[in-house]
Design a protein around this ligand. Structure first.
Ligand SMILES: Cc1ncc(COP(=O)(O)O)c(C=O)c1O
Length: 385
């Protein structure tokens, strides 16, 4: 008989915190302190501490966290920002929403993250550097920042990216939307650049029961600017220092996040164990499984394999009751919305090849080992057919 295994099943997470959650929610509803209240403030502190950063600024999504962090770092229409093409589109949207120009760079095959050597190649071919400002010859704008995305939960090569940022005077905004608790050389992501943006979208490793996000930073100026930008540019109630946004993290979500944060290490550890099991089961087949690295810890937000027979395998698994996904089928430089940037097919070949071959298999902390056995058996069956 066929099993049914979803790509993600979040109900068991809710079951684990249900009893405490309803008590916390009741307190919120009893006081009707729904915004900018004690849960948000406590969560900001707890999550910043967990990630090794000084300050947390709770906002209403990961996209808002990216956008408001860029604004708080002073990014505007005079600037360009380097980012990987192969990411969820929100990374690039946030750059464009500030008025800045996105410089899209190809990725490394080994971890699907932005390639430091390709950043250097771009800089050497396409920019002028006067010792202070790095001018992009294509857009005529000053390249001001790099956004490394820790895709699928695996940290980007941060020491090489820091070397580039030091050499060319660039800020770093980490996109940690998929990497809560991941580590690079023993340090948690979120504390490795000038600022970091996290999403708590419902499927993330640490997730709200709705929309939420946070900015982390060690920089007092960025903290102050971001805290004001999320609430209409105000420092004191009804005094607006500049034009801002409505992007607050609400108390109902903050209460969920506080409870789930206590489970995050355990849930991440379970993901790692499940990824190890997948790798072991799938090692003798014409599939590329994700690498484990000695200098960085992935938290396997997604478990992604590669095969040239991706579409057939996806179909076969679906017929056998197994949910899969493709994260992401079109790299940003080929998205219709970015046609005006004039990227050509073939320009960022690794991103394009990966997009055609990747397949995301079920992964969530409560996935059972026997489910992985079943999925692996079905994959083996597919390749033996
Ligand atoms: C890499 C990446 N960046 C940014 C985001 C945006 O986060 P959100 O959906 O919370 O706005 C996401 C999540 O979907 C993501 O995966």
């Amino acid at each position: 008989m066929n099993k049914e295994i979803k790509l993600v099943d979040l109900k068991p997470q809710y079951e684990e915190i249900k009893e405490e959650l309803w008590k916390e929610w009741e307190k919120i509803f009893d006081t009707m302190h729904l915004m900018l209240g004690p849960n948000m403030k406590a969560f900001e502190k707890e999550f910043a501490e967990y990630s090794g950063a000084k300050y947390g600024i709770g906002v209403d999504s990961g996209t808002a966290a990216l956008f408001l962090a860029l604004k708080s770092m002073g990014i505007n229409e005079n600037h360009a920002v380097i980012a990987p093409s192969f990411t969820f589109f929100a990374t690039i949207e946030a750059i464009i929403q500030t008025g800045a120009h996105p410089v899209l760079i190809d990725i490394e095959e080994k971890d699907y993250n932005i390639s430091p050597s390709k950043i250097v190649e771009y800089i050497e071919k396409n920019t002028d550097f006067d010792g202070k400002n790095l001018i992009d010859k294509k857009s005529k704008k000053t390249i001001k920042a790099i956004i490394p995305v820790h895709l699928y939960g695996t940290p980007a090569e941060m020491d090489k990216i820091k070397d580039i940022s030091n050499k060319y005077n660039l800020l770093i905004l980490e996109d940690c939307a998929q990497a809560h608790g991941a580590e690079f050389r023993g340090e948690k992501v979120g504390s490795l650049g000038d600022a970091a943006a996290f999403s708590f979208y419902f499927s993330k490793n640490l997730s709200a029961l709705g929309e939420a996000g946070i900015i982390l930073t060690n920089n007092e100026e960025i903290r102050e600017k971001a805290s004001m930008l999320r609430v209409h540019g105000q420092k004191d109630k009804y005094t607006h220092q500049f034009i801002g946004y409505n992007s607050r993290l609400d108390e109902i979500q903050a209460a969920v996040l506080r409870l789930k944060l206590r489970k995050l290490e355990d849930w991440n550890q379970r993901r790692i164990k499940l990824a190890e099991l997948y790798n072991k089961k799938l090692k003798d087949f014409p599939i590329l499984t994700p690498d484990f690295f000695t200098h960085k810890k992935s938290v396997f937000h997604l478990y992604v394999i590669r095969t040239e027979k991706r579409d057939e395998l996806k179909d076969f698994l679906s017929k056998n009751g197994i949910g899969t996904g493709i994260h992401y089928p079109i790299p940003s430089h080929l998205q219709p919305a970015l046609k005006y940037l004039n990227y050509k097919k073939g320009e960022l070949p690794v991103s394009e090849k990966i997009a055609d071959e990747i397949l995301t298999l079920p992964m969530y902390p409560h996935l059972k080992e026997e489910d992985i056995e079943y999925i692996a058996d079905k994959i083996i069956e597919f390749f033996k057919l």
